[in-house]
Write a protein that binds this ligand. Sequence first.
Ligand code: 13P
Length: 253
Amino acid sequence: MKKIYLFGNWKMNMLPDEGADYCRSLERRMTGSFYSADLVNICLFPPFLTIPATAAALPEGPVSIGAQDGFFEDRGAFTGAVSMDMVREAGCACVLVGHSERRHIFGETDEIVAKKMHKALSTGLTAVLCFGETLEEREAGRTLAVVEEQLSSAFKDVPHEKAVRMILAYEPVWAIGTGRNATPGDAQEVCSYSAERAEKEFGIKIPVLYGGSVNEINSRELLSQSDISGALVGGASLKVESFLAIYENYRKL
Ligand code: 13P
């Protein structure tokens, strides 16, 4: 049985009290023998100011906390930015890098993503590199070319020994928050390409997650694909029931 990564990106949702309540509810509902660390790795990604309350209420078991972003400089005149050190000191084990919303709403380029990748890994964090094509790029038949560009740029400066702390997350832009997930076959094709590309670069197997309108109905088939190691979930991670059901519906296969 493969281990599943169940990652919940709360985006700009959840006040501190709500984050803590979520954790208490998670603790009550994570019952069953399949909630062991060798079967599932759950990570919650609250907004920065909700991290402390969530971290303090984090349940026992295979659950950790991550940040949705982190800057590539250590300190200085960067108003509004949060450094990777700050993220780690807040109790985060993990950080998302290059999420589609950071790229498209906040204008992050491949170059910025690469710098953040490098800083996250040198700070000792696990970096979850998010990448994926737009609808226009998919329709033009450019999906794998775009993925290749994003991956090769982000991989460029990563020392091989640090790649063990890297996770990939394929999130096609057109599938995020739209209710239209990639077909399991299409998601598998890109995840398989990305896994091979990473193995060629670093000589190790790096887990590849799929994200984009994952829910409890489509998770079974998506997570059953051989090169999909887990899900990066947005909307459906905001309620404990729908979040855990994504994993349970797969595990009960
Ligand atoms: P949705 O699950 O809401 O489509 O969001 C996916 C996502 O962006 C996770 O990072």
